[in-house]
Design a protein around this ligand. Structure first.
Ligand code: NAD
Ligand code: GLY
Length: 364
């Protein structure tokens, strides 16, 4: 193992797996093969990532019987139709249960590929190679896989853990600024929900992250993955503490679905959603004005939107939030911040209070 590669472990008993973080991992020929179960390997990627990184991966996989599925790029294609295309290609290639599926891409490819792997012949091994900051700090770790439905974001899916996660920081060089910021939204989330020191570190280092300083990115990715791995190890199937990873997501998913998938990036919707959750936490008496301002300011400095889309009416928000996975019966449940570095498990919030936030929040 090369010394510049960091390794974390997500502890889940017999399903534990390593998370490797380093530069140029896509050129390390000895890393990937140990997690591949047989000669049959299928890579899932998209039309943007394939021309950038597929050849590199193919070099490492030169000795395998390799299939590549190149999907169209975009959140709007994160549907069952395209997962079915993956299954058809697997069947066409006569791949069996020992075939290994590798996802090379952002959260959309990782979620779809993981779901395809979870269901194909009732489950085949898969490996995540996340290529966006968002996927490197969040979606590739923890085994949430799935697709969108017209009636709700990520509503169809499965918990299905990968065999390994390979995070190559070098691929972030080709990521555009908007996507980078979207990833930083999830990095900020870890500071807010359980890691106040990390929140302060982000405040001090946000410019370095935006400038893609490798050392800063490496630290932020490792600390984010560590936070996520600890939470998932404690509560893999989200019966408790894992729900705090959804800070801002109840509002955020409503924005993504309500505005049309792909209009707001996931991280952008989460940034706005977290500002709304902070406003709600203030109305509930947990946060003071100064803390809410500090949170909004950090998102703004990360070049993320912090205001709710004007087009999304309050009633539509409430309708969309009523299909959130955290809800129980007809109650809308939201993650609340008690302070920076401490999130509360989802609590039932009255419609009247939600309306106060949705109508009253105006940013800084
Ligand atoms: P994405 O997968 O759409 O990728 C963003 C864009 O960046 C795409 O156009 C992609 O082709 C491009 N891209 C990817 N890597 C690149 C690179 N290295 N260089 C240049 N361009 C590159 O979006 P995302 O933000 O990575 O992921 C969002 C998705 O992840 C959403 O569907 C969200 O629901 C899901 N998500 C899942 C989890 C989970 O736990 N499973 C957590 C958070 C988000
Ligand atoms: N991204 C939220 C989770 O993995 O639980």
């Amino acid at each position: 193992m090369m010394s510049n590669i960091k390794q974390l472990q997500l502890e889940l008993g017999t399903r534990s797996y390593p998370i490797f973080i380093g530069s140029n991992l896509l050129s390390q020929i000895d890393l990937l093969p140990q997690y591949i179960a047989s000669q049959q390997v299928i890579v899932i990627t998209n039309t943007t990532i394939a021309p950038l990184y597929l050849e590199k991966l193919k070099k490492i996989l030169a000795s395998y019987s390799l299939e590549c599925v190149i999907l169209p790029d975009g959140e709007q294609y994160k549907t069952l139709n395209y997962v079915e295309k993956i299954w058809t290609d697997l069947l066409d290639a006569k791949f069996n249960r020992k075939a290994t599926l590798i996802t090379l891409g952002g959260g959309v490819i990782g979620d779809m590929g993981g779901f395809a792997a979870a269901c194909y012949q009732r489950g085949i091994p898969f490996i995540q190679i996340p290529t966006t900051l968002l996927a490197q700090v969040d979606s590739s770790v923890g085994g949430k896989t799935g697709v969108n439905h017209v009636l709700g974001k990520n509503m169809i899916g499965a918990f299905y853990q990968p065999k390994a996660v390979l995070i190559d920081i070098s691929v972030l060089k080709t990521l555009n600024d908007r996507q980078l910021s979207a990833g930083i939204a999830e990095v900020i989330k870890y500071g807010l929900i359980r890691d106040p020191e990390f929140f302060e570190w982000i405040e001090k280092n946000i410019e370095r992250l935006l400038a893609k300083d490798e050392e800063a990115l490496s630290f932020a990715i490792e600390r984010s993955c560590l936070n996520k791995a600890e939470i998932v190890a404690e509560d893999e199937h989200e019966s408790g503490i894992r729900a705090i990873l959804n800070l801002g997501h109840t509002f955020g998913h409503a924005i993504e679905t309500g505005m049309g998938y792909g209009v707001y990036l996931h991280g952008e919707a989460v940034a706005i959603g977290t500002c709304l959750a902070a406003d709600l936490s203030r109305r509930l008496g947990y946060l003071n004005d100064e803390t809410v301002l500090r949170i909004i300011t950090l998102f703004q400095r990360a070049k993320l939107p912090t205001l709710s889309p004007e087009k999304l009416a309050t009633d539509r928000y409430l309708e969309l939030m009523s299909v959130d996975k955290k809800n129980i019966d007809d109650d809308i449940r939201v993650i609340i911040l008690k302070k920076i570095g401490k999130a509360n498990l989802p609590i039932k919030v009255t419609t009247a209070l939600l309306k106060e936030t949705l109508n009253g929040y105006r940013g800084v």
